[in-house]
Write a protein that binds this ligand. Structure first.
Ligand code: SF4
Length: 343
């Protein structure tokens, strides 16, 4: 049986019942694809439902304030996805594009997402190529071309295009994505129950788990973040992150970032950054958490949280002074919430 035929047969009985699979609405498919870019289905489902409930169409999303969009995205990570969704919605004039070029031109939409939207919403013959597809194809055909080189990517894109079932591009693309996510998984592929096992070249040569191949090793950096929860009466201070760094557009307490751990309270109080923020004589200072580890792709973060009590009339230039009770109304990075929720 042909590769595509076997996959479609598998998909018929193993199709996951997901809300974005029961619609042809390109807007909803777009939202689901962006959420699922770096998020697993189990985690993304609730976000998808809340997001499409609050913003049922392009016009509703385009009219939303950025803070509200980021708050709904809070906890999903990769916040540029949410900012790009909003920018793209605002560029559409209320109408979702209906050509591949139009979809591909949307902010935050690459080849994979454009192919997914166009094939699923409009039945256009574009093959998706993402991590799942690389893995399934590399294993089934036992291909050791690196998937992170231009030549490797070209090779896999051409192969994916050749294999695409042009009569059912929507079903084929969803089938290969689901198959990669549930059967031919990264660490422990379920070859014993795989309908492609008999003709799978990697299975025959026992190379499943060494494929696909990557040429470059990803470099990881370590960052040390010291947050100050500065309390003045029943108020505290936050600011919005700007600049081209993680968590752009989200809020945070005053932060001192260093390239090694600060160590202890005495060293903290001696730092010019600390003195600049809170002056020489805070009413009290205590450590709430130390060395909380948080892993992002390519980054390992260690965070401390201190509570600083100032005079109740204190103000901090460049920071918003907000009632402590209003903190839940702002979107914070997950690490920040971890620190404050387990106080
Ligand atoms: S036999 Fe194993 S490696 Fe081959 S396609 Fe199936 S799950 Fe993947």
């Amino acid at each position: 049986m042909e590769f595509a035929e076997s996959l479609l047969l598998w998909y018929k009985t193993n199709r996951r019942d997901l809300p974005w699979r029961n619609t042809r609405d390109p807007y909803r498919i777009w939202i689901s694809e962006i959420i699922l870019q770096q998020t697993r289905v189990a985690q993304g489902l609730d976000y998808y439902l809340r997001f499409t409930d609050r913003f049922p169409d392009v016009a509703a999303l385009a009219a939303a304030p950025e803070d509200e969009v980021l708050r709904l995205w809070q906890g999903l990570g990769y916040y540029s996805r949410a900012r790009n969704l909003l920018a793209a919605a605002r560029s559409m004039n209320g109408v979702f594009p209906d050509t591949y070029a139009g979809v591909r031109a949307l902010k935050g939409v690459g080849d994979y997402t454009a192919a997914a939207i166009c094939s699923i919403a409009y039945g256009m013959p574009y093959a998706v190529v993402d991590g799942n597809v690389y893995r399934v194809l590399a294993r089934y055909f036992n291909i050791d071309a690196p998937i992170d080189t231009t030549a490797g990517r070209k090779y896999f894109a051409a192969l994916a295009d050749e294999l695409l079932d042009r009569n059912h591009p929507d079903l084929y693309n969803q089938a290969i994505m689901d198959f990669g996510a549930t059967v031919c998984t990264p660490q422990s592929p379920e070859c014993a129950r795989c309908p492609l096992a008999e003709s799978c070249a990697a299975h025959a040569s026992h190379t499943e788990t060494s494929l696909p191949v990557k040429e470059k090793k990803v470099k990881t950096s370590t960052r040390y973040l010291t947050y100050l929860k500065i309390v003045a009466g029943n108020h505290t201070f936050i600011r919005k992150r700007t600049g081209n760094d993680i968590w752009k557009g989200l809020y945070e307490f005053p932060l001192i970032e260093t390239d090694k751990p600060i160590g202890d309270i005495t060293r903290l109080t001696e730092m010019p950054e600390f003195r600049q923020l809170v002056g020489d004589k805070p009413l009290s200072l205590r450590m709430l958490h130390k060395g909380i580890k948080h892993v992002l792709s390519h980054r390992i973060l260690y965070a401390d949280l201190y509570e600083v009590i100032l005079n109740e009339n204190a103000t901090l230039p460049d920071y918003l002074r907000i009632p402590l009770a209003d903190l839940p109304q702002y979107a914070f990075p997950t690490l920040h919430r971890r620190l404050t929720e387990c106080e």
